[in-house]
Write a protein that binds this ligand. Structure first.
Ligand SMILES: Cc1ncc(COP(=O)(O)O)c(C=O)c1O
Length: 440
């Protein structure tokens, strides 16, 4: 696509994680897939690939237990089921994440309690988590958004003080660290997604890891109908599902794991270069890891100041899209609690359970007030999420940087011109209209 709006910038087509331009899938995956096909065993109970992947993944993270499952959603569900909340218990999480990380809370009859986020990183913080603790809090889900660790150590400290386990959602944060420790190993359980766009992929898939043998046992059982394989008197011990990964996915996962280190290294190198190139561009706040952490750049997030960049995130996003950079202004568009499932409590039939279940008697129905989430509202309004990829070269990064610089320059000049002409400050609250004017 031509960079129509940005005459100073030579357009380049960027690699995409949606296809082979941005995914390293090849001989290694094919060789292991061939083994599976030729063995005639495609499932993991009898096959060898998933077992080998689980062992290798656990070793990579330095933990004794890993369990492969069918998706990141299944990974979060399996982790929650391992903790085994009582119906009506509360699980603190972020309102800015994939719905696959929240729905499993309701499926286990627990209630999501949203903590506010930092308006720049869009991550929950020890303070926002602490503000949501009640006598019914049963777990915390700490999501490392965009590959940027939240203050894991700080959140763990809050959790420990209250005897509550932390599930770390590392779907976007493979090999990210805080204080030299991998995120996913600081809390009680780490959960990962292997969906198409993640640092490593099997198309769909997930993994959970833990050092706790009791959680490991429950995760193994929950993802396999709670049947006690190998036990002297096996039974279906509790309510559970089939989240088993196939050995075909296991084969791809093994090969992808071998490439993970390089993927993370490449993404970090190019993203850090972009940060250097954009350092002097006004009106932008660039990603900055919390103290002692390493960011692994699943995406590259920009926070846009609408006082400087007229039209804010929407206008910058539109300019970048027209330059061929398929970014997403406002990320998920609205916090989870404004989605229909939560606003209308569309859960089990017309029951509104678990919100209105008798098990909540005496605790009142949980209400989500947008005014209690200034960080989430402000953060989503201002963020532009850029795709990031291990195949980006210096030329790609320079193209992205030049496009952003040009777009910001153009949008900030718009403000000065119009101010001079009409003699008043334009409202930053009408981004679409202003962006339209800026383009004419
Ligand atoms: C942070 C986070 N958690 C959980 C999920 C759910 O993973 P999946 O799409 O593999 O079910 C995603 C989605 O990609 C995610 O980004």
């Amino acid at each position: 696509m031509a960079a129509a709006n940005l005459p100073g910038v030579q357009a380049i087509v960027l690699p995409s994680d949606a296809d082979r331009t941005g995914r390293d899938l090849g001989a290694e995956e094919l060789a292991l897939l061939r083994e599976v096909i030729e063995s005639g065993t495609l499932n993991c109970t009898k096959g060898t690939q998933v077992k080998a992947f689980e062992k290798a993944f656990a070793e990579r993270y330095g933990v004794p237990h890993a369990r492969a499952v069918t998706s990141g959603t299944a990974a979060i569900h399996t982790a929650i089921a391992a903790i085994d909340p009582e119906p009506g218990d509360e699980i603190i999480t972020t309102p800015i994440t994939d719905m696959g990380a929240i729905a499993p809370i309701l499926y286990q009859q627990a209630i999501p309690i949203f903590a506010d986020v930092d308006p720049v990183s869009l991550n929950i913080t020890p303070e926002t988590v602490a503000a949501r603790l009640t006598a019914r809090t049963r777990a915390i889900i700490a999501t490392h958004l965009f590959g940027n660790p939240c203050d894991d150590v700080g959140i763990q400290r809050v959790a420990e003080a209250h005897g509550i386990p932390v599930i770390e959602d590392c779907a976007q944060a493979y090999l990210a660290t805080q204080h030299e420790r991998f995120v996913g190993t600081i809390g009680a359980i780490g959960a990962f997604s292997l969906q198409q766009g993640k640092h490593m992929t099997t198309g769909e898939g997930g993994v959970v890891i833990t050092t706790d043998a009791r959680y490991a046992r429950r995760m193994m059982l929950f993802s396999d109908k709670a049947w006690g394989y190998g036990d002297p008197n096996p039974d279906h011990y509790f309510l559970a599902l089939n989240y088993r990964m196939t050995d075909l996915q296991g084969a791809v996962a093994r090969a992808q794991l071998g490439k993970l280190e390089k993927v993370v290294m490449c993404r970090r190198r190019t993203a850090e270069r972009l940060t250097v190139l954009l350092a002097d561009v006004p009106g932008l706040t660039l990603p900055a890891p919390v103290q002692g952490a390493t960011h692994v750049y699943w995406k590259y997030s920009l926070v846009v100041d609408p006082e400087v960049v007229i039209g804010g995130a929407d206008a910058l996003g539109a300019a970048l899209k027209s330059a061929g950079i398929f970014c997403v202004p406002r990320y998920i568009q609205k916090p989870a609690f404004l989605c229909q499932v939560f606003v209308e409590r569309k859960t089990y039939g017309t029951s509104r359970c678990p919100y209105s279940c008798r098990v909540r008697d005496g605790n009142g129905e949980v209400v989500y007030e947008p005014a209690e989430y200034p960080g989430a509202m402000r953060g989503l309004e201002r963020i532009v999420v850029l795709p990031w990829n291990e195949f980006y070269t210096d030329a790609h990064v320079e193209f992205i940087a030049a496009s952003i610089r040009e777009a910001v320059l153009k949008l900030s000049q718009t403000k000065r011109d119009r101010r001079g002409r009409v003699g008043r400050t334009l409202s930053p609250g009408t981004p679409t209209r202003l962006a339209g004017r800026a383009d004419t």
